[in-house]
Design a protein around this ligand. Structure first.
Ligand code: GLN
Length: 496
């Protein structure tokens, strides 16, 4: 019974809670047991059972009183990037060792206000930089899926790898993620779950540890599209504490899920056909196109001509912003400080602390970022990348102006790969994971990844839908139609 409860969707649990068929305390205890039995996945890195039990009891009281928002009593995991009051919030970095914030991020506070129950903090790549969860100070999270009978440990993707692993393995009903270049959508695709990155400005960034501020957005990682709609709704709000948070009412996303997409126009961008992409991904994409056409959508070929510059522009802009954001970790204000030698001054303290506190990938990004922002190279790299970004955004604006409602692409260029497989590869090899997702962040658009099939080794493959700005409801509805047509129900076989 306890295993079964953790398999519930948010919508299923919400209805059972309201009917009194289950209590939040029961749901929460089931999740806590599942988490304790899944240490092999290394998904939860700070467990918070006391907080969970307290919030579950409070949620049950609210449910009893008939004051129950949709997320009330729902046990969730929170990515380690969100500051959670009094609870370790480390961005999976050594430099934030021992940091327990005095405040709660707006997104996690919104979830608390809605009655959600935090089970703990989830593994991720250090400062959300990575695509495999291998840059984490806690060690990598593990994908619950495996290739056929082969027991090679696979990556759950990154940076929200712990969130993806936890949701796919039914350790929690849903989790928060963040997406700067694909970190919700790529891990969702690698683990057979759903993840949406909303329009930039939909979720407040306040209290979410910054990576690249003009790209970062929080979003839900869930078992299906309906749950994504429910949880996104609870996470978003206008927040005066984040100047880029949109002053817009949050629509009822779940109400948009009619499954009716007749007359919608879906664009297929020719630039997303990549050299060397596995045939299975091409086939999945074709299948997705056919399913949307069968549901009554009109399929059109489109062109997004600047796509090929997206990855290089991203890997200038994101490190530039990261180098500036990460300057605050100086050994004085937060977390780790290196042991100093006799005679060391403030410069040595900064240098030693940052050298010890940041892992290799973060150091690489800080160096790239500092370089592209330096006086001699600012115009050649940073300013050039910003101009490219404008062109990428315009590509999307042009197709939307031509009447395209959503764009269908693969979510990732491959299925989940083996942990350690990329260890000796050029870092650019890892960056290629984001080839289909970064454009969406650069343009500030909403994008959703959902599972649509299995490859021949039995691993999940995802499709991505990209929508018009601020029209997450419409995008979720298209995803809902695709989900119903794809009928993906596979689950990883339990080995952990
Ligand atoms: N994999 C990308 C990177 O390493 C995206 C990360 C993210 O979206 N946070 O930058």
């Amino acid at each position: 019974m306890s295993r079964e409860l953790t398999k519930l969707t948010i919508a299923g649990a919400r209805d059972a809670l309201r009917k009194g068929d289950v209590t939040s305390v029961e749901l929460t205890e089931s999740c806590l047991s599942a988490i304790d039995a899944a240490d092999a996945l290394n998904a939860f890195v700070h467990k918070t059972p006391e907080i969970a039990r307290e919030r579950a009891a409070a949620a049950d009281a609210r449910l009893k009183a008939g004051d129950a928002p949709d997320m009330c009593g729902i046990p969730v995991g929170i990515k380690d990037l969100f500051c959670t009051k009094g609870v370790a919030s480390q961005a999976a970095s050594r430099i934030l060792e021992g940091f327990a914030p005095e405040y709660e991020s707006t997104v996690s506070q919104n979830l608390i206000d809605a009655g959600a129950v935090m089970l703990g903090k989830l593994n991720m790549d250090e400062f959300a930089m990575g695509s495999s969860n291998e840059t984490s100070v806690y060690g990598n999270a593990v994908n619950p899926w495996r290739r056929g009978n082969d027991d090679t440990a696979l990556t759950p993707g990154g940076s929200s790898g712990g969130s993806a692993s936890a949701v796919a393995a039914d350790l929690c009903l849903a989790a928060t993620g963040t997406d700067t270049g694909g970190s919700i959508r790529q891990p969702a695709a690698f683990t057979g779950i759903t993840g949406i990155k909303p329009t930039y400005g939909r979720c407040s960034r306040w209290g979410t540890i910054a990576f690249a501020s003009s790209l970062d957005q929080a979003g839900p990682m869930t078992k299906d599209v309906r749950d994504a709609a429910i949880m996104l709704q609870a996470m978003c709000s206008h927040d005066p504490k984040d100047s880029t948070s949109a002053e817009l009412a949050v629509p009822d996303f779940e109400a948009a899920l009619t499954g009716d997409i007749r007359g919608k126009t879906i664009g297929i961008p020719k630039e997303y056909h990549m050299d060397g992409m596995p045939q299975e991904i091409e086939d999945l994409w074709t299948k997705g196109k056919e399913m949307l056409a069968d549901a009554g959508a009109k399929i059109v070929d489109i062109t997004l001509p600047h796509t090929k510059y997206a990855l290089p522009a991203y890997y200038v802009i994101a490190p530039a912003e990261a180098s500036s954001n990460l300057a605050r970790y100086d050994g004085v204000r937060y977390g780790h400080r290196a042991k100093l030698a006799q005679g060391d001054g403030i410069t040595e303290m900064y240098e030693k602390t940052r050298a010890e506190g940041f892992g290799a990938e973060v150091q690489r990004r800080v160096m790239i970022g500092t370089y592209v922002l330096s006086a001699g190279f600012y115009d050649a790299y940073y300013n050039r990348a910003r101009k490219v970004r404008t062109l990428i955004k315009k590509d999307f604006e042009d197709v939307f102006a031509q009447g395209v409602d959503a764009i269908l692409t693969p979510a990732t260029p491959s299925a989940a790969f083996g942990l350690g497989e990329m260890k000796d590869a050029d870092p650019v090899q890892m960056y290629l994971n984001d080839v289909f997702t970064v454009t969406v962040n650069l343009a500030g658009l909403p994008g959703i990844a959902l599972p649509a099939g299995l490859d021949k080794q039995g691993l999940p493959l995802g499709l991505q839908l990209i929508g018009r700005p601020w029209e997450e409801g419409d995008l979720l509805n298209t995803a809902y139609a695709l989900e119903r047509a794809a009928g993906f129900v596979a689950k990883p076989a339990k080995w952990w």
